[in-house]
Write a protein that binds this ligand. Structure first.
Ligand code: NAD
Ligand code: ZN
Length: 340
């Protein structure tokens, strides 16, 4: 089968022929229909310091996908061949304190597809049946393809009560854009989104953000006074940029709550006094809640949340290079690649 493989310890990604994987007990084989490119895939493509530490060359990359079940492994019940599914890409151990305590998204033995084991940028992928997410008929495949990052956005946006609240989102990457839409959809008051990329800020505005702020040439403080605000009640950090996080700490209302998804560089500092004297809550967010987040995000789409507004490009898989180029240039929301 065709697959996008990280063949060499260098910048790039290679389309190769690899064997079709075989489903073992309690696993299913899925014929991949559509995949989406994540920021993580771009890191692996660029071969940054994190990828060099984490990825073994020869790996099939990719973790955002939708497809149809092609074969059931021994012991699988409750699923049918031909059924359309996406899947949770974090495979957990099922035995540890967190798994057994109902917090599997915090399993310390998590294995990520397309990072720690072969991923979804291929004609077929094998997944544990317990990770499957059946896709309801009204949800189009090009949206189901990126439920994984949609789930990061939903997990973060739903961590604190945003109904009637003023929300600051730092970072208008695909996840920040989707989070802005969710907050507005469920009834936040003002949703202000910052970035340094006007193309992405426009997508956030189209998604319903009250105001978008290019912090390279606009002041967040000015926007707050325009909106007659003293501070934000809820912050969603979605840039991974220490400056953005410090801007957020400065602009939070005392007692505010911050959900932190963006991955900061090692050793990044912050103004601790603002956290302490304002009594802020800072909650780290990892992955998606299994499977609470999946239920909620599916229902949000079925209730009219316009997830499709973040989807800017759909390409056949043979044009994958163009997809990675668009991602690298920051001139894309979600890029979906079609395998069929
Ligand atoms: P992305 O890299 O596409 O988006 C980040 C955005 O932040 C970019 O648009 C960038 O221009 C913007 N930015 C840079 N400097 C800024 C500043 N000073 N102020 C405001 N914005 C600024 O990333 P994404 O795919 O949307 O993911 C968002 C973040 O979440 C990333 O850091 C990613 O690594 C992280 N992430 C975490 C998890 C998790 O489980 N915790 C999962 C997925 C992604
Ligand atoms: Zn576990």
């Amino acid at each position: 089968m065709k697959a996008l493989v990280k063949r060499e310890a260098a910048r790039g990604i290679w389309m190769e022929q690899v064997p079709v994987p075989q489903p073992g007990p309690n696993e299913v084989l899925i014929k991949v229909e559509k995949t989406a490119i994540c920021g993580t895939d771009l890191h692996i493509y660029l071969w940054d310091e994190w990828s060099q530490r984490t990825i073994r060359p020869g790996l099939v990359i990719g973790h955002e996908f939708v497809g149809r079940i092609a074969e059931l492994g021994p012991g699988v019940s409750g699923y049918k061949v031909g059924q359309r599914v996406s899947a949770e890409g974090h495979i957990v151990c099922g035995h540890c304190r967190n798994c057994r305590g109902g917090r599997p998204h915090l399993c310390p033995h998590t294995v990520g597809i397309g990072v720690n084991r072969d991923g979804a940028f291929a004609e077929y992928i094998v997944m544990p049946a317990s990770n499957l997410w059946p896709v309801p008929d009204p949800v189009p495949s090009e949206l189901a393809a990126f439920f994984d990052p949609y789930g990061n956005a939903a997990h973060c946006a739903l961590e604190f009560d945003v109904v009637g609240e003023d929300v600051l989102i730092t970072g208008a990457g695909p996840i920040g854009i989707i989070a802005a839409g969710i907050c507005k959809h469920i009834g936040a008051r003002n949703v202000v989104v910052t970035d340094v990329n006007d193309y992405r800020l426009k997508l956030a505005a189209d998604m319903g953000a009250t105001r978008v702020v290019n912090v390279a040439n606009q002041s967040l403080r000015d926007v707050m006074s325009d909106l007659h605000m003293e501070g934000f009640d809820v912050g969603l950090e979605m840039s991974g940029n220490p400056r953005a996080f410090n801007d957020m700490l400065e602009c939070m209302y005392p007692g505010g709550r911050i959900a932190m998804l963006g991955i900061m560089p090692k050793g990044a500092g912050c103004d601790w006094e603002r956290i302490i004297f304002k009594g802020l809550t800072v909650q780290g967010i990892y992955g998606r809640k299994m499977y609470e987040t999946w239920y909620k995000m599916t229902q949000l789409v079925l209730s009219g949340f316009p997830l499709g507004k973040v989807l800017t490009h759909q390409l056949p898989i043979d044009e994958f290079q163009q997809g990675f180029d668009l991602m690298e240039q920051g001139r894309a929301g979600k890029v979906v690649l079609s395998w069929t």
